[in-house]
Write a protein that binds this ligand. Structure first.
Ligand code: MLT
Length: 410
């Protein structure tokens, strides 16, 4: 007899984006002539930067020679890429992060769920609500939760609302939790966290011996120079935070796959509640990666390295600016159409209050059927997302402008 991981049976029907894809596919079959505009999943649309393409082409040619061929690479990533990341993303911003603490991977989604492999099953876990669904679902799969409640929340998780009412701030809980997932700039609300707010979380984590899992996949979209791009801009974060970063959204690598996770050497945990001995999270993550992961391809890592060349930096800036102009158009046009809009100023997501308090999935169906526009229902990100809707700024200018005209015509 085959026994399955019964925790999977606790999961709600489908992962959000495949469920949207399913509904869109059914709509497409029923309406073959419809011209759909997809502002749902945050998938980039613009071509890869020239600097990345040239570097990957050169790497392919190298691989075609005896001298330049590369087999298995280091599981943690090539040192030249880790050095470039540590210098450009951290040291130049005043963060004390070394190349040894960078683990190159094929995605932040994978890393933010795989990290549970090295964490115990008795941790008290906090997530925001709304939240990137991967954090919740991967905890359900691991058995860290009870059953789902009518509200869509899971027993055993601690939810921190980030809503209009609290200005989308993740407020510090009044009791200890062991692990906290934070994502800023935020997916899905597009809200940001100031250095002061992150400082409160770092103080809390240090006081309670907690671990912050900080997802900074959207940091490149920050326009306000006063906002932190990394949690390590806050003193003390090296002792309490892991950070996830990605080349997916800044350099258009969603289909190319390259990301990285920062695990500072100071991070420690315990093997049991009674244990006096510290265990290094860096050691465990390194052990996990070298066992279960064979690294990102040489070619792709060369492409990622090119992001840090001067041409690459200019091209990535142009890409993020392009998407942020889209976000600004969405914000402006929807506000003119009388909708309440949030986010979209330092993040590629615009968070919209549904008109007349329409249910999020009903609004999804309405936009799909009446305007042939695909967005993401807020309730898919958690109970506090009900009554909201997310539009992504990742699309061509024509499509964004066309989508706005269609919405205004409704
Ligand atoms: C989203 O739309 O929330 C993101 O694209 C999901 C992801 O990056 O995995």
């Amino acid at each position: 007899m085959v026994l399955v991981n019964a925790n999977y049976l606790k999961l709600q029907a489908g992962y959000l984006f495949p469920e949207i894809a399913r509904r869109v596919k059914a709509f497409g079959i029923a309406n073959p002539g419809a011209s759909l505009i997809r502002l749902g999943i945050g998938d980039v649309t613009e071509p890869l930067p020239q600097a990345c393409r040239s570097a990957m082409k050169a790497a392919i040619d190298e691989m075609g020679t005896l001298e330049g061929f590369h087999g298995y690479g280091p599981e943690q990533g090539y040192s030249w890429l880790r050095e470039a990341i540590a210098k450009n993303d951290y040291q130049l911003r005043g963060c004390d992060i070394s190349a040894e603490e960078i683990f190159v991977s094929d995605g932040s989604k994978c890393d933010s769920s795989n990290i549970l492999d090295i964490l115990g099953d008795q941790n008290r876990i906090a997530v925001t609500d709304p939240v990137y669904p991967v954090y919740v679902d991967s905890n359900v799969m691991k058995g860290n939760t009870g059953q789902v409640l009518d509200s869509g929340r899971y027993q055993g998780l601690f939810y921190i609302p980030i809503t209009v009412e609290n200005n989308f701030e993740a407020r510090i809980p009044d009791h200890p939790v062991d692990i906290i997932y934070l994502c800023f700039p935020n997916n899905p609300t597009g809200a940001v966290a100031s250095k002061k707010q992150l400082g409160l979380w770092v103080d809390y984590a240090l006081k309670n011996n907690s671990l912050i899992l900080f997802d900074a996949a959207y940091e490149a979209f920050i326009q306000d120079n006063n906002l932190p791009h990394s949690i390590y801009e806050v003193d003390g974060a090296r002792e309490c935070a892991i950070e996830f970063r990605s080349f997916s959204k800044n350099a258009g690598f969603t289909g190319t796959r390259c990301a990285f996770t920062v695990v500072p050497k100071e991070l420690k945990g315990k093997s049991t509640l009674e244990s006096k001995e510290d265990v290094s999270l860096w050691e465990l993550w390194s052990r996990r990666q070298s066992t279960k992961f064979n690294g990102v391809s040489y070619i792709v890592q060369r492409g990622a390295e090119a992001v840090y060349s001067s041409a690459g930096q200019a091209q990535v800036k142009a890409l993020t600016s392009f998407y942020m102009e889209n976000a600004s158009i969405i914000r402006k046009e929807l506000a003119m159409a009388g909708l309440k809009v949030y986010g979209g100023e330092n993040a590629p997501y615009v968070w919209i209050k549904t008109p007349d308090d329409i249910d999020s999935w009903d609004f999804f169906d309405y936009l799909l059927n009446q305007a042939n526009i695909v967005g993401t229902p807020g309730s898919g990100f958690g109970a506090s997302g009900e009554g909201y809707f997310r539009l992504s700024a990742f699309n061509s200018r024509n499509n964004v402008e066309d989508a706005m005209s269609r919405i205004k015509a409704l």
